[in-house]
Write a protein that binds this ligand. Sequence first.
Ligand SMILES: Nc1nc2c(ncn2[C@@H]2O[C@H](COP(=O)(O)OP(=O)(O)OP(=O)(O)O)[C@@H](O)[C@H]2O)c(=O)[nH]1
Length: 379
Amino acid sequence: MSYGDDENGGFAVAGSFPKGFGYGPDDTETEQPADSPEDKPRILLMGLRRSGKSSIQKVVFHKVSPNETLFLESTNKIVKDDISNSSFVQFQVWDIPGQIDFFDPTFDSDMIFGGCGALIFVIDAQDDYIEALARLQMAVTRAYKINPNIKFEVFIHKVDGLSDDNKIETQRDIHQRSTDDLAEAGMETVHLSFHLTSIYDHSIFEAFSKVVQKLIPQLPTLENLLNILISNSGIEKAFLFDVMSKIYIATDSSPVDMQCYELCCDMIDVVMDMSSIYGARDDGAFDGNSSSIIKLNTNNVLYMREVNRHLALVCILREDSFDRQGLIDYNFMCFKKAIQQVFDVRKQVASTNNSDGRAAMATSHNLLHHNGSVEGAAS
Ligand SMILES: Nc1nc2c(ncn2[C@@H]2O[C@H](COP(=O)(O)OP(=O)(O)OP(=O)(O)O)[C@@H](O)[C@H]2O)c(=O)[nH]1
């Protein structure tokens, strides 16, 4: 059974968009004015020196291998990395040097925290973290006063060096101490989220995915669409990936199994490598009609379909469900159309705002990169 118009019609997204978001300047197919880099929503990476901030940025967004980060030079000034050119997610990642002094008059906290969507605080779990926790509290207090909408994310990082028991104990201890510190400062309403991360496995991509998802206003709609797709196609798990960064911007509502996520990431790597060698386009990237099937010896199939220039659907399903590939493909086409509609609504809202003279200002919600025309991306 495929899903029809009635079910698709269920996503009333128009009213849910915040006013004033725009599209990425690199999207030549849109008519929206370009945001200046300073206006783009940003994710801040903070933490003590050598905690691993630059490494995270390089591994997730620049395809640097973890070993190459071993001898990274210390960052001395704020590094602004605009990742919107290659990615569906439209933001800047700012790497704030560990030694920066929040009370220094040259540190423009209003500007830095004002347009910030999420603040990621990186704590080196292999080191003594007492100083890091004091610093975390200082950063959160300062940032929250300026912008109470910031999402605070704590990466308990470098956990590759810890045993499983130790990881859990460290997370519990950091959680306890940091929430106690905040309560003492009268800020018990501030919510911190904790993630165990390492650049040596997929945990850093998973954690970044969770951070980015919180900043995507269309997330519930995307999740609904994925739920409908999988339940009607015999798919076990589906991820909507930003191909370049391997961040998944949405998945269906069944729990995420790390192994399954890793398989899907590996599939993206394989397919991108193949297309960079044999792809028809100069940039080697997928086009809108690309697909790939990998059959595993566990009787499962990995199936990847390109949604647009930046996004791909990667799903895992049992081999016997894949016998009905025609049905899956039909449902996928409906899914792709629905995704297109979601972003078309967004485009309309933005252009209405612009024609009213309310120029699109970037907000923390301004994350998704609209790919003007799905058909346009297909060769
Ligand atoms: N074992 C392990 N080492 C890591 C991990 N992430 C980063 N490192 C190492 O930590 C060291 C410091 O990393 P950087 O990325 O330079 O740290 P930083 O926070 O940017 O440091 P500053 O620029 O001084 O603020 C490097 O040698 C990295 O290889 C990790 O997940 N596990």
